[in-house]
Design a protein around this ligand. Structure first.
Ligand SMILES: Nc1ncnc2c1ncn2[C@@H]1O[C@H](COP(=O)(O)OP(=O)(O)OP(=O)(O)O)[C@@H](O)[C@H]1O
Ligand SMILES: [Mg+2]
Length: 257
């Protein structure tokens, strides 16, 4: 069976002129196709670095990684990966619509043609109806994040990488977007890797929660929440099993921070 992501003894970090800086080492990870995996860990432990390697924005230092059974590079060429960064980088001189269409414009002839009505569907899926002609500075922070998500979803990626996409938002907006992203995940069946600093968000969204540590950077634990949730990954924040999982992760995060 093909996995969404498989790594063996993977070391990730940065190649400097003088020496390599290893951020995470010995990463052995298997993520199933269609899985929702959330990632927690102290600042600087290497969460973004790991996503960069998966997205082929960075070469691994050592070890093996496959994405959907192929190299990260091959998968990137096939445009199977969508990336949403913490601070969504919309082009200020382009409207909402033009920002969402961006991958098809910069993709040139490699880009898949956009099916009629697809952008309209995305706009409404993300609650952006009527905002197509606005510019980024005319949107709230939450709306800008939604545009970035819409853009990442345009090519129907098989893998969606989200790096603290809702970190800068108020709690109510974040809760709403959490439910929206779960709904998108249920409808599309895409595999999601989602980095967050919020234990609540990690537990609410993830079927499994991966905890990373620094010094040395590594995977500390992977908490499986599937038994505490329904099959379609629904849970109640006040459910005792969910509260217990959060308490355990809080303690573990305290120990590695
Ligand atoms: N281009 C780079 N060159 C060298 N080191 C880097 C580079 N980018 C990041 N680092 C270092 O790699 C380590 C991991 O950084 P990374 O951004 O992956 O952390 P993170 O877990 O995402 O942190 P945060 O929660 O603050 O976003 C940090 O020590 C950081 O200083
Ligand atoms: Mg980061």
């Amino acid at each position: 069976m093909v996995l969404a992501i498989e790594t063996k003894s993977l070391n990730v970090g940065y190649r400097n002129a003088d020496a390599d800086v290893t951020v995470l080492s010995g990463v052995d990870l298997k993520v199933n196709v269609g899985e929702f995996l959330t990632i927690l860990g102290p600042s600087g432990c290497g969460k973004s670095t790991l996503l960069r390697v998966v997205a082929d924005l960075l070469e691994p230092l050592a070890g093996e990684i496959t994405v959907l059974g192929e190299t990260p590079h091959a998968i990137r060429q096939q445009r199977e990966v969508g990336f949403v960064f913490q601070d969504s980088t919309l082009l200020p001189w382009r409207t909402v619509l033009e920002n969402i269409e961006l991958p098809t414009i910069v993709g040139g002839k490699n880009a898949a043609p956009v099916v009629d009505g697809r952008i309209e569907n995305l706009l409404s899926l993300l609650g952006l109806d009527g905002l197509n002609e606005r510019y980024p500075h005319q949107l709230s922070g939450g709306q800008r994040q939604r545009v970035a998500i819409a853009r990442a979803l345009l090519n129907e990626p098989k893998l969606l990488l989200m790096d603290e996409p809702f970190g800068a938002l108020d709690e109510i907006t974040r809760d709403r977007l959490n439910d929206e992203i779960l709904e998108i995940w249920r409808r599309t069946g895409t595999t999601i890797l989602f980095v967050t600093h919020s234990i609540m968000e990690a537990v609410y969204l993830g079927q499994r929660v991966m905890m990373l540590a620094s010094n040395p950077g590594r995977i500390v634990s992977i908490t499986d929440l599937r038994d505490a949730k329904t099959k379609d990954n629904t849970c109640k924040r006040e459910d005792p099993a969910i509260i217990a999982a959060m308490a355990e992760l809080r303690q573990s995060l305290g120990e590695v921070s």
